[in-house]
Write a protein that binds this ligand. Structure first.
Ligand SMILES: Cc1cc2nc3c(=O)[nH]c(=O)nc-3n(C[C@H](O)[C@H](O)[C@H](O)COP(=O)(O)OP(=O)(O)OC[C@H]3O[C@@H](n4cnc5c(N)ncnc54)[C@H](O)[C@@H]3O)c2cc1C
Length: 152
């Protein structure tokens, strides 16, 4: 992500093209996103990503090239191997529940998955069928919780 130091009113709406977007903030700053790469747990930034995002921004709105970069950072999008989030109890590890693997959609799916995991924790009738989201069984071993989390 890049945050450009702008002035209020120059960009008035979100602009999306392909996988990138410009988001105006109330203080005039412009958020430019985003890149996607398989990086494990590395949330470091690269010069290449910074330049790609800047080129995208100035390609859409040349005057953005005059703005200073206020911040440049990377966020992780925790994903699951099949692209389906894990929500629910981990078989074989009493008391361990997961709600993760939402990848690019965690804001959008958060309310529903939080509701589902809460229903399961409290033993209520679940708000939707939990079967597709059931976490995999824990691997056998002395530290099973750690092994399950590693596999996620
Ligand atoms: C650039 C970007 C743009 C995105 N845009 C969208 C979007 O437009 N719409 C959308 O729906 N989703 C979007 N997402 C995805 C969304 O951010 C994620 O799906 C969501 O944040 C996942 O939520 P989570 O709680 O599973 O994981 P996270 O939000 O990653 O939360 C995990 C938490 O665990 C903490 N943690 C990690 N390790 C430890 C540890 N060892 N001990 C204690 N705490 C720990 C972390 O600090 C963090 O607070 C975007 C993600 C990125 C990076």
């Amino acid at each position: 992500m890049l945050l450009l130091r702008g002035v209020p009113g120059r960009l008035r709406q979100v602009v999306v093209r392909d996988r990138c977007y410009l988001i105006p903030r109330a203080d005039g700053h412009v958020l430019v996103g985003s890149t996607m790469e398989e990086a494990g747990f590395d949330s470091g930034t690269t010069e290449e990503a910074r330049e790609d995002l800047r080129a995208f921004a100035t390609g859409l709105m040349p005057e953005l090239g005059n703005l200073a970069v206020e911040r440049h950072w990377a966020g992780l999008r925790p994903g699951s191997p099949e692209g389906v989030p894990f929500v629910g109890p981990v078989p074989g590890v009493a008391g361990l529940y997961l709600n993760t693997g939402h990848f690019r959609n965690g804001f959008a799916t958060g309310p529903a998955s939080a509701r589902l995991v809460t229903d399961l924790l409290l033993g209520r009738a679940p708000s939707l069928d939990p079967a597709p989201y059931a976490p995999p069984a824990a691997a056998p071993g002395p530290d099973r919780a750690a092994l399950v989390l590693d596999s996620v």
